[in-house]
Design a protein around this ligand. Structure first.
Ligand code: PNW
Length: 454
């Protein structure tokens, strides 16, 4: 209406979560402290030519020793929800049943500090750091890893059910299976045939189910659980019924092996036809676990693909991006804010989730100079603002989107790109480990304070 010309600046709903996100292996450091075992990534980073600059996870931003300071900084930004992960190799250093009490104690101290600072934990059980002995015996290609994960989930949920009510089973199945065992970019850097890769995805899905079951059994009252997926995401070239139908079909087909399988309780026909002999082996009872109801779906949204209706057997086509298309520094991170609108909308339309969260959204750059003591990252401020507007639009259009977590709280170990590529709202000086909020941190703090797009 005329009296409200800037509708997108109306407040987010009162329950809507505005948080920040990070993961244990990318920030904790203390890689061999208090009995932590070697992880797949500790090992991978030590192989020549795997991580840019030969960077390791050994120190990272030393969050392990500085979490009090970090939570004080978060609290000063008004952050009340923080998505973190637990390092499996701290809890079960050799991947077997032996529990490292010092690892459990560390997270008890960490959750106590969060509580003192008024910050609610959203805990991911697995954010890619696997105990190395499990990797040595086949990692995600091996059913043994599924059994080990079941034990780990039980240990962790039992230990922290008093402090944690929001659980995320796994982070981004595609990244630790396809990119790790198929394309060889991520630990362990293997390039296996399609059947092996599909089996790693299947094992991950079963682990998701084991974690859901663990939270139901031992999570206590009010515990909630879901997966964080990095679905393949698309944007209809025009917001017309024809292109929207094309985008919906595209989303269903591209995510059939993960979201489709979870929803249907079996691998969809379309997927089985496509993979043929490379279909995963499914054990008795697997889909009873995979199909267990969850409380929400987490989506990590950074970018997407443009899709439109076309005269093809599938009824759609994916458009190649021209070289001039704008992006952040990672070659995969094309700027497409509408993807954060369409991903939850299409997921909701296809699978009917009653609650969705954006569990990561952010951008990374190699060169972010300090000017008079401040990183003036107007590029990140613009990225966040354009995405938050689309988040707001999704809510306005009735998508049950209940929260948004920015990736990331602080610069960190960006996997194969090492420390050079910075995703943080807060700058870390890797010489001194000094933390300095960037301009984007102040921007986001103001958004949290006013609870609207600014
Ligand atoms: C996510 N892609 O990774 C991870 O969850 C984070 O740990 C990571 O730091 C962050 O995004 C930034 O990269 C992704 O190729 C890695 O599309 C690759 C892709 C997407 C997400």
């Amino acid at each position: 209406s005329a009296s409200q010309p800037f509708g997108y600046q109306s407040p987010f709903p009162p329950h809507f979560v505005l948080g920040v996100s990070a993961s244990a292996p990318q920030i904790e450091g203390a890689a061999f402290t208090d009995g932590k075992g070697f992880s797949n990534w500790d090992h991978f980073a030590r192989q020549p030519g795997t991580v840019l600059g030969g960077d390791t996870l050994d120190v990272a931003v030393d969050h392990y020793h500085r979490f009090d300071e970090d939570f004080a900084l978060m609290a000063s930004m008004g952050v009340r929800d923080y998505r973190l992960s637990i390092a499996w190799p701290r809890i079960h250093p050799d991947g077997g049943p032996t529990v490292n009490q010092a690892g459990i104690d560390f997270y008890h101290r960490l959750f106590a500090s969060m509580k003192r600072h008024g910050i609610t934990p959203w805990v991911t059980l697995f954010h890619w750091d696997l105990p190395l002995p499990l990797e040595a015996r086949g990692g995600w290609t091996s059913r043994e890893t599924v059994d080990a994960f079941g034990r780990y989930a039980e240990t962790v949920v039992k230990a922290f059910s008093g402090a944690v009510k929001h659980w995320i089973t796994l982070n981004e199945i595609r990244c630790f299976t396809v990119l790790a065992y198929g394309q060889g970019i991520k630990a362990p850097g293997r390039k296996e045939p399609e059947a092996v890769v599909n089996q790693t995805i299947h094992h991950a899905l079963v682990c998701h189910g084991l974690a859901v079951r663990a939270v139901r059994q031992w999570g206590g009252e009010g515990a909630r659980v879901g997966l964080t997926d990095n679905s393949d995401v698309c944007v209809p070239v025009t917001e017309t019924p024809a292109d929207i139908a094309a985008a919906t079909a595209w989303f269903r087909d591209r995510n059939a092996h993960i979201l489709g399988a979870m929803h249907a309780g079996h691998y969809p026909e379309h997927y089985l036809r496509r993979v043929g002999k490379a279909a995963p082996k499914v054990a008795e009872g697997d889909f009873a676990l995979i199909h267990l109801p969850t409380d929400f779906l987490g989506m990590n949204i950074y970018t997407g693909h443009y899709v439109r209706a076309a005269d093809t057997p599938d009824g759609y086509e994916t458009l190649a991006l021209p070289p001039a298309y704008p992006r952040a520094d990672p070659p995969w991170l094309h700027l497409m804010p509408q993807s954060i609108y369409w991903a939850p909308r299409l997921a909701h339309a296809l699978y009917g989730h009653s609650s969705l969260f954006i569990t990561e959204n952010g951008c990374g750059y190699d060169d972010e100079p300090m000017i008079k003591g401040e990183v003036q990252d107007l590029h990140r401020r613009e990225y966040l603002r354009s995405h938050l507007r689309e988040v707001h639009r999704a809510i306005a259009d009735g998508v049950p989107l209940d929260g948004y977590f920015c990736w990331s709280f602080i610069d960190n170990f960006e996997w194969e790109d090492g420390y050079r590529r910075r995703f943080g709202l807060v700058h870390c000086d890797y010489q001194t480990l000094k933390r300095t909020p960037k301009l984007s941190a102040r921007y986001y703090a103001q958004v949290i304070r006013e609870r609207r797009v600014l």
